[in-house]
Design a protein around this ligand. Structure first.
Ligand SMILES: Nc1ncnc2c1ncn2[C@@H]1O[C@H](COP(=O)(O)OP(=O)(O)O)[C@@H](O)[C@H]1O
Ligand SMILES: [Mg+2]
Length: 238
């Protein structure tokens, strides 16, 4: 298997602030990575660097050029501004790949229906996006990404703000999609339990460094929770 991403001694951050340093890692095609860390540890900064949205501060990185990448940013409170139905929002995702001379037609509506079916939202197609529940909105955003037939899906805290039932539904939808489409995935969360069932390896960020775990066990979950509490209380990690 080839790598989708690899880096050597990579530093990421902003002009005046190095957020992470000395990252040497690779992500193999078809792999699912769980990216975890406390608030402010650099999860979003790392993703944006991988996507080429932020230049690296030092070191080397490369990403496979022939892959379609869907990036699902951290949720923000903009949805109430969009008076669109779910179907329209997904059509916007699908039409992004139309050539200038192509009219949206049945090819698009077939893709939209397929994405709605795969995310369990076909019955909500004509609903206004703003009237969907939090869990349905997150699955709608997944459906919008899916119509582009991505090879790589990068999800930044997709389960934040969802309750336990919505989270479980979202994760099982994601797992089905991953298996069916052979996606390479990076899933960001600060909740390790969300990652346990789906991620192969875990990239854990703390103190400007990245630790790579090949599996999670009860001890590492407890240690990580202590770390989150310590960061929140601004104490040293023990
Ligand atoms: N645009 C920016 N300019 C400067 N610093 C930033 C910017 N965005 C985030 N940061 C800082 O970079 C650090 C990592 O942030 P971020 O990657 O958003 O963390 P996470 O996603 O893990 O919560 C934080 O200290 C944050 O304040
Ligand atoms: Mg973030």
């Amino acid at each position: 298997m080839s790598d989708w991403f690899s880096s050597r001694e990579l530093s990421v951050g902003y002009n005046r602030q190095k957020v992470l340093e000395n990252l040497t890692c690779h992500i193999t095609t078809g792999e699912t990575i769980g990216l975890v860390g406390a608030n402010g540890s650099g999860k979003t900064t790392l993703l944006k660097t991988m996507l080429g949205l932020i230049p690296p501060l030092a070191g080397e990185m490369s990403t496979a050029r022939d892959k379609i990448v869907a990036y699902i940013p951290q949720a923000h409170e903009v949805d109430e501004l969009f008076p669109f139905t779910l179907r329209e929002i997904i059509e916007m995702g699908a039409s992004a790949e139309l050539k200038p001379w192509q009219a949206p037609g049945s090819a698009i509506s077939d893709k939209v229906d397929a994405a709605l079916l795969q995310t369990g939202l076909i019955e909500k197609a004509e609903w206004l996006f703003s009237n969907l529940s939090g869990g349905q909105k997150q699955r709608a955003i997944l459906a919008q990404a899916l119509v582009r037939r991505p090879d790589v899906m990068i999800l930044d805290e997709p389960t934040r703000g969802l309750d336990i039932v919505q989270t479980q539904h979202f994760l099982s939808t994601l797992e089905q999609l991953r298996q069916r489409n052979g996606l390479t995935m990076i899933f960001v969360s600060h909740i390790l339990e969300d990652i346990v069932g789906i991620a192969g390896r875990i990239f854990m960020l703390s103190d400007c460094r990245m630790q790579i775990l090949s599996e999670l066990n009860a001890d590492s979950i407890v240690a990580f929770k202590k770390h989150l509490i310590a960061v929140a209380e601004n104490k040293n990690y023990e």
